[in-house]
Each structure stands twice: as structure tokens, then as C-alpha cells.
Ligand binder design. Sequence first.
Ligand code: HEM
Ligand SMILES: *[C@@H]1O[C@H](CO)[C@@H](O)[C@H](O)[C@H]1NC(C)=O
Ligand SMILES: *[C@@H]1O[C@H](CO)[C@@H](O)[C@H](O)[C@H]1NC(C)=O
Ligand SMILES: CC(=O)N[C@H]1CO[C@H](CO)[C@@H](O)[C@@H]1O
Length: 327
Amino acid sequence: MKGGLAGVLAVLFLLAMEGFAATDAQLAENFYKGTCPNVESIVKQVVTTKFGQTFVTIPATLRLFFHDCFGQGCDASILIASPNGDAEKDAQDNQSLAGDGFDTVVKAKAAVEASCPGVVSCADILAIAARDVVVLAGGQSFKVELGRRDGVSSKASSVPGRLPQPTFNVAQLTALFAKNNLNQVDMIALSGAHTVGFSHCTRFANRLYSFSANSPVDPSLNATFASQLEQECPQNVDPRIAVNMDQVTPQTFDNQYYKNLVNGMGIFTSDQDLFTNNATRATVVDFANNAGDFNAAFAKAMRKLGRVNVLTGTQGQIRTDCTAFNS
Ligand code: HEM
Ligand SMILES: *[C@@H]1O[C@H](CO)[C@@H](O)[C@H](O)[C@H]1NC(C)=O
Ligand SMILES: *[C@@H]1O[C@H](CO)[C@@H](O)[C@H](O)[C@H]1NC(C)=O
Ligand SMILES: CC(=O)N[C@H]1CO[C@H](CO)[C@@H](O)[C@@H]1O
């Protein structure tokens, strides 16, 4: 009888502790103040050096952060290398992620470990690097919340259905982002990341050659832009060929993406529908005309993206090698 009561009390105590852990362990901007105060400048230096070697550092790192967070939470599980090819990075949706994003995080982690071994998670390094690349390309800076822990599982099988497809419409995008606590304005702002980076021709060829029975070219595509894309991406082009998504200012993190949408120059259906659909059009027009509104909304949404299914407190681990679980 007595043991039973103690057992019940122990369970209640554990439940209470769990409640504490969940509310107590939150992300904070100054999380490493006492343990690794220079982490942000160390990461920034590595990202800047890497950027000096290749511009691809910027889009690759930004997209890597997005895919990590939507895949199974911002826990760096996307960085895990699997000898069997069944880790999160091996999922079909990840196959075009440029290796320079992975390389950026691995190098930044090495530099951070040299100063503060075993303290900073790979998930936090990726979050800092994703902010840094936006700034390096001319975007607005923002504070990054820290204190994420690294995940202890990474499965390709967990990815399908969690990442948006370029054929999605506004309703599908809104629903998927809502599952990650991101509202429609956050979704529109984060889509502005397509102001930098590349897409393989295969990801939008349907809009040029096989859109519908009546109209092989998507009628929402600007005709001049469509013929430009047809030249860059002839039918059955080598699937490795990729083009700039923002063809006007491809290497600047600005609001040109939204100006392009107004002109019918969005590369994917998921981009162009933000202007076509009258639920989202006003926000697109606002971001096209007011860079400040876009910058503020993007920064806010990136911070919210960085909270998706994070591990904190004593959950997960601080990986030593970002590409492998601690043994
Ligand atoms: C809204 C739904 C989204 C869809 C459907 C989508 C889809 C895609 C696709 C199909 C590509 C081309 C991949 C390739 O061919 O290699 C791409 C590239 C890219 N996406 Fe997205 N994306 C979305 C949202 C986002 C978000 C939220 C971010 C970041 C905040 C992002 C960042 C990027 C970047 C930077 C690239 C260029 C990658 C590179 O050049 O290596 N995307 N996206
Ligand atoms: C097509 O794009 C050009 C800019 O490249 C723009 O001047 C023109 O207005 C656009 N046409 C339409 C129908 O949006
Ligand atoms: C929204 O667009 C549809 C056509 O796509 C149109 O019929 C409808 O009137 C529009 N609604 C508003 C409020 O503008
Ligand atoms: C960048 C990267 O690591 N991409 C991998 C995605 O998955 C494919 C197929 O499993 C790998 O070959 C790529 O290396």
C-alpha cells in the first residue's frame, strides 16, 4: 500500500519535472553567454571565408536550415551521413541540397569546438549560419535564438510529406506551414528566400512544356520570361542543369522575388500562386513595394522557423561530429 502511494507520488513528481523541463528549457539569444561567448563571431568568420570561396554557400546553407527544421525539427538531423543511404539527407527531397551548406556547418563546428569543446550544438551552428548568409547577401540582420540540442535519429523515411513541393498551391503551402506553427504571412515571407539560389530545370519544366492539354506553357508565366527559361532549359535538358531563381538580382538578398511575382516571373507554381491567389496577393504586393516590410517579416519568420520541434534542456545531445551521432 505504502509502496503504491510512493509510486504514485514518484510518477506525479516525474510528470511535474517533465512539465518544468518543457516550459523551463527555452531558446534564448544569450544561451552561450557563460559557456561560449564568441560562438557567433566564430561562426560568422567561417561562413564569410566560405562565401569568399563560393557564392553557393549562401543559398545552400539557407535551404539546409529550412529542410532541417521541416524534416524533423531544427535538430541538425539533416547533417547525419549514413553509410546505408537512409538518413534524412538521403530522402529524395534532399537530393539536390548543395554540399556547400553541409561543408559550411562542418567547418564552423570545427572552429567552434576549438574554442569551446562539447558545448554548442550543430543545430545552433546551422541556425546562426543561416542568418549570416542572409546578411552576407545583403539581407537584414536579426537575433538568433539559441539552445537547441542535436537529434539522435535521422531517417529518410521521416521526410516525405513534410517538405513543400514546387507544384503546391497557396492552400497546400498554408496548411503545411501551419503544421509548423508558421502562419500565411510567415509562409509568404520565407518564400522570399528564393531571391537567391538555383533550381534545376526539372523542377519547373512542366510549366514550360506540359502544363495542360490546352496550354503547354503555364498561362501565369510572363511570356518573355517563359521563352527565356525555354532557352536556358530546353526540353529534356541534362537534369543537372540549374538556373537562377531570381534572374534579376540573383546574388542579392532583397525583395526582388516579390517584384518578379508581380511580373509573372515566379519560377515555381508555389511561388507564382502567391500572387495569383487573392488571399495572398496583397502581402506579395506590399513586400514588392516595401523592402522594410519584407525584411521585418522575414526576420520574424526565420526566428519562428528556428523553433520548429526543437530539442532543449537535456533532450538529444551535443554532437561532436555534426555528421555522426555521438557513440
Ligand atoms: C514555400 C515552399 C517552398 C518550396 C515549394 C520550395 C521548393 C524549392 C525547390 C524545388 C528548389 C530547387 C531545388 C533544386 O532544384 O535544386 C528550391 C530551392 C531553394 N529554396 Fe526553396 N522551397 C520553399 C520554401 C523555401 C524556404 C522557406 C526557404 C528558406 C527559408 C527556401 C530556400 C531555398 C533556397 C535558398 C534554394 C536554392 C538552393 C540552392 O541554390 O542550392 N525555400 N526550393
Ligand atoms: C513581363 O516581365 C517584364 C519584366 O521583365 C515586365 O515589364 C512585364 O510587365 C511583364 N508582363 C506581364 C504581363 O506581367
Ligand atoms: C478572387 O479571385 C477570384 C478569381 O480567381 C475572383 O472570382 C474573386 O472575385 C476574387 N475575390 C476577391 C475578394 O477579390
Ligand atoms: C548533398 C547530399 O548529401 N546529397 C545526398 C542526397 O541523397 C543522395 C542519394 O541518397 C546522395 O547521393 C547525395 O549525396
